[in-house]
Write a protein that binds this ligand. Sequence first.
Ligand code: ADP
Ligand code: MG
Length: 618
Amino acid sequence: MGKNQKTVNEDQMTDIIRLLPDSLANQIAAGEVVQRPASVVKELIENSLDAGAGEIQVIIRDAGKSSIQIMDNGTGMSVTDARMCFERHATSKLKTSEDLYAIRTMGFRGEALASVAAVAQVELKTRRAEDELGTLIVIEGSIFKKQEPAACNPGTSILVKNLFYNVPARRNFLKSAPIEMKHIIDEFQYHALGMPESSMRLFHNDLEIYNLPAGKLGKRIVNLFGKNYQEQLVTCHEDTDHVKVWGYIGKPEYAKKTRGEQFLFVNKRYIRNNYLNHAVITAYEGLLPPDYFPFYTLFLELDPAHVDVNVHPTKTEVKFIDERAVYSVIRTVVKQALGTHSIIPSIDFSNDVNYSLDSKLGGASASRTMADLNYERLRSGEFQNLRNWETVFEGLTERVAGAGPEIAGGKAGSSPEISTDAENFPGIVSPATFQLHNRFILSQIRSGLMIIDQAAAYQRISYEKFMKNLMDRSGNAQRLIFPVTIELNPTDLSLVMEIMGEINNLGFEVETFGGKSVIINGIPSGMNNFSEKEIFENLIEQFKLNRDKLKLDIQENLARSLSRYASSRYIKKLREEEQGLLIDQLFACANPNYTPTGEPVYTIFTLNQIDDLLKKKS
Ligand code: ADP
Ligand code: MG
């Protein structure tokens, strides 16, 4: 302290506050905006997008440590703007304080270029289409080294060399090339997903990593992540007064054990938000094994006045005025998409849900997908999977016609009765089904062949029936002629007493008996293949397991436990009528695609896939 003060001259001794020189202020500000090469990539891509670029090239050397270059065909800058853009708080995107509440651009703080130029050697070439000559500017550590007219293409090219060359501590802090490159690729992906309307290329050490043509979101996802994503995507789309949601989610069976493919955008800006992520993940409830993460790319569009993107310099954290409302819309949209996706086995890319920010409702409805229509019906309460099913399922129409009102005309939401007894369903026209090894039902559908896992189907059907029993307290017990007494240990007995009401709603008739036992007077209908004691004991065991491992609520837990047990013996010969009935009941379910624990219930082979399988390879 004392030593430093000696360098201050006499008349400044009393006043010690000084303004930081610009270069130092910029360097400090840079600390917030530019953490690593990927931050530069992010800021520069965002500038290109804000400049309306339809083509962007990102050229990286040594994971960005040697150089980062971004070239665009956007608006370009005038001579003055080219000089100005490196000043701190220089922005063309905000004029008045009101603009801060109507932000539609990626940048607005006017800090990025000043920050980057403070900690690197930067070369800017830019030209507006209407100017004959462009401008070249070289700036290093905030000091202008060169400015001259230059011949160049319309648009802007910014070359950033030797990042942190003048801040050795920060340069040393950079991670290994693979790690820094991973961050760059992540940033590139966020923007590639956020703006599929622009073509984007990424090079690393002269190697082309991505070459993404401009197109629709679905195509962009496939180009980024691989062709196999085509069949895993399900469209989402919903407009409310408050928020519009659209995009794609991954089918549960493609979920991965690692995170990293969850992308959320607000007004086209990639954001991170644990709360809203939770909304998506819980919509998959029961469809995913624990610790699996589904793919999603979802866009939210809401009035910019309802979002605050100015809470953090890098703008990946935003604040919502009504986060809970947004949460519930997201959750509902994803749930509905999961419930309806069976209807379209794979995505029709001509019906992409890729709306531009300003697309009007009319434009949006032109590209509505079948899932949207189904969703509409679901919302208006008319939805029946059975109906939609007809469009895929050849031959079902006749079968339904002959099936009688209890199947074809069942009210939406009414629980299908389960019976393994074909005698109850005489006169059904034979469906086009075939049973394989007492385990699978094969059926011809329009697009090819469907293979249904019979036990899984039964589990889904039972689960929904039990859930309904619990919700409506409508479980029908089959009364036993000889009631059964079961002795329980004290822990189990107190558990049973605690959930006795729910057990009886499920369809049991159970009461305590003496101090140590319960007496079973009835069991849920349709479970007469099992011994009552077995059913009950297994239910309690499974319930405890689920409670400890999955922390399910009581109803979900009971329905899952019992349906699991009910289906455990459903590997058996089924008559053709029973096969048809099982299919009908399955597709009358709210979610026919998965068992309650997330196993797929059926799979579809398209004729093309079968052709491919049989193709001679020579
Ligand atoms: P911000 O994006 O927050 O406005 P920046 O420091 O990133 O601040 O950029 C400053 C200004 O420079 C922008 O507002 C814009 O006018 C101009 N600019 C930056 N990059 C480009 C580009 N690629 N094309 C055209 N103009 C650009
Ligand atoms: Mg910017």
